[in-house]
Design a protein around this ligand. Structure first.
Ligand code: PBG
Length: 323
């Protein structure tokens, strides 16, 4: 035997020397849930260790993270049921929970990167990402609402707008609206290939945003399809996206790799709520080693081609010194 791959595995020093991929704090984006009120922190029951924070405690949490070197946050609001309506009008309320949270985070932590979610579902009385009429999700009518939402978020200080709705043409529509109003510096992280997945369940618990009827299959992608992600990717590039995202991550590592191989924009992957819940449940049962399982999951996503990972594990991996 002339070639013995084990020689390159014989010591920690050599293993470290030839390690192909690395996880760094700067690769991670931490999703944070916000709730109305004061000094309020409620755990999401299907996501142990993950909380909804009132704005005062959100600022503390952001400060903690910044001290750990975690500097990018994706904010999601839990909106009171009574404030929801057909057109998601609460999303434009300057004194509402979400826009206020964006302003506060940017005020106290101007160097933090604030990523904001654009989609109707947290504010929609139908629980859908688009405008509903006679049981149908209307595409073009939704675009104007998404553009207004994006402008309100940009005005509040968002660094990156992340449309998670999967309406056709929304990246271009939002880009034009932002540019027209002088927000040429605000980036767009497009949910390029967002699948109609079972793994969003705990997130919908966190926001209490589950659809009131039907499912999201007329806008989110079929889990069986890969080539369709190339169609979505090409459109997003053409429409001016700055990042392409794949969501969820673990069951779609091939899609991450395909987008990475076919496009030159940075690729983000969303290690979603159900993926987090699955790993945490096994850990709680003593079935998996916590540190090894979590770092292996994140490394797998990185190795598949993700430049950036949105993950609920972001804070713990830094706090516990695992990366
Ligand atoms: C909705 C949205 C969802 C997530 C982010 N934005 C859920 C959905 O499409 O129903 C899921 C994130 C997660 O599960 O962690 N616009």
């Amino acid at each position: 035997m002339l070639s013995r791959p084990r020689r390159n595995r014989k010591s920690q020093v050599i293993r470290d020397m030839i390690q192909e991929n690395h996880l760094r704090a700067s690769d991670l984006i931490f999703p944070l849930f916000i709730i109305d009120g004061q000094s309020k922190k409620t755990e999401v029951s299907s996501m142990p260790g993950i909380y909804r924070y009132s704005i005062d405690l959100l600022l503390k949490e952001v400060e903690d993270c910044m001290n750990l070197g975690l500097k990018a946050f994706d904010l999601f609001p839990n909106i009171e049921e009574s404030l929801k309506d057909k057109t998601a009008s609460e999303s434009l309320n300057k004194n509402g929970l979400y826009l206020k949270a964006i302003r506060e985070v940017k005020k106290y932590f101007p160097e933090a990167c604030v990523i904001t979610d654009v989609a109707m579902d947290p504010y929609s009385s139908d629980g859908h990402d688009g405008l509903v009429k006679d049981g149908e999700i209307l595409n073009d009518e939704t675009l104007e609402i998404l553009a207004r939402m994006s402008l309100a978020q940009a005005e509040a200080g968002a660094d990156i707008i992340a449309p998670s709705d999967m309406m056709d043409g929304r990246v271009g529509y939002i880009r034009e609206a932002l540019d027209r109003e002088g927000f040429t510096h605000v980036s767009i992280m497009s949910y390029t290939a967002k699948y109609a997945s079972a793994f969003y369940g705990p997130f919908r618990d966190a926001l209490e945003s589950a659809p009131k009827f039907g499912d999201k299959k007329t806008y989110q992608m079929n889990p069986a399809n890969q080539k369709e992600a190339l169609i979505e990717g090409a459109l997003d590039v053409e429409e001016g996206a700055d990042f392409l995202m794949v969501k969820p991550a673990l069951p779609y590592l091939d899609v991450i790799k395909t987008l990475k191989d076919n496009f030159d924009l940075p690729i983000a992957a969303y290690n979603v709520s159900g993926e987090y819940a699955m790993v945490k449940a096994a850990i709680q049962n003593g079935w998996l080693d916590e540190q090894k399982a979590i770092t292996e999951v994140l490394m797998g996503i990185k190795r598949a081609g993700a430049d950036v990972i949105l993950t609920y594990h972001a804070k713990e991996v830094l706090q516990k010194g695992w990366i």
